[in-house]
Design a protein around this ligand. Sequence first.
Ligand code: NDP
Ligand code: MG
Length: 382
Amino acid sequence: MTKRISLLGATGSIGIQTLDIIKEHPNQFQLVAFSAGRNITETRKILSEFTVEVVSVFLEEDARQLQADFPKVQVFFGEEGLFQVAAHTNADVLVNAVLGSVGLRPTLEAIKKGITIAIANKETLVTAGHLVMQAAKEHNVPILPVDSEHSALFQAMNGEKKSEISKLIITASGGSFRDRTREELKGVTVKDALNHPNWSMGAKITIDSATMMNKGLEVIEAHVLFNTSYDDIEVLLHRESIIHSMIEFHDTSVIAQLGTPDMRVPIQYALSYPNRFERPNAKRLNLAEIGKLHFEEMDYKRYHALKLAIDAGRAGGTMTTVLNAANEAAVALFLEEKISFLTIDELIERAMDVHVNISSPDLETILHVDAETRKAVQNMLK
Ligand code: NDP
Ligand code: MG
């Protein structure tokens, strides 16, 4: 049976690779709706390639123009548009590949409609993971990881007993600056930071990888998805990005998932689960060619953002909302060349320091704290 897919963030790095997978398997997958942001050239390309029912873009004027040019498609815009794409179609699966905590409410809406969630949008799980998992439980909706580390953990857990797991080991490539000391990070440019050694990704996550915040967000994401205590989640530096993560069991056995660094593998697995589909043209892993794999202990002083994220995760409540919102705001400022690279960590730390934590926050509280934190970060610049 064909799976009907709606896709948030179709014009992004994960979005485009999701479309590749849909194209590779026309009998298994069908795109029914998608959202884009401001990239209208790519939006038009997708609209001419796929027959969809619903599309949404960021701006009203773009929506109006698209509606005139594609009369058979229902065109929406703004946040309302994200809801339409996420929850008001008869999709079986929502692939959430939008960037940032803007993905939270559409995800909750889709869960309420009983739509399976394939989630790449980690900011949603960091800002309000408890709300997402609670809603998923209530509505009996699977939340399938797309992030490569979490897909690896999910695969390694397959058929195992949760109670027999002793720890999750999340691997980290180290990002674009892994061979520099903290001192050597002063004055690095946006261009330097965007040059990731192993993965080609969107700008924000590439910066998150350079600060190591990405791994911090992923530790929180793993805690949320697998309900694992922070004491039982370890981060291991592994520069080749071949082992995507591992699980250690009580009997000391370790199960790892390996593969070439290609996000289309975890994207496809989230869509084909519980099955695996062929990828005849994809590059296969050749360990003999790679020869050596390297592992190092994580240095939490060097990667201060990782420490901040774990602290926020352990604090719980609204602290992870603050961490995420401050990081989104700070990374945007760095990309606009308004702050230096090391100031990203500083702004996040200050936002966390002044925040009075609220435990078990509801949606309204989360949205309020998210907005206030972004404002606070802007004000810190003055
Ligand atoms: P990109 O920046 O490449 O793409 C983001 C997508 O979201 C684009 O379609 C963009 O639209 C859209 N978008 C951005 N802001 C808004 C907004 N305010 N409203 C509506 N749409 C918006 O990001 P990535 O694909 O790299 O990442 C997407 C998510 O997946 C992130 O949460 C990231 O952490 C996660 N992820 C990414 C991986 C990767 O390899 N890239 C790996 C693992 C996780 P447009 O471009 O048209 O403006
Ligand atoms: Mg990842």
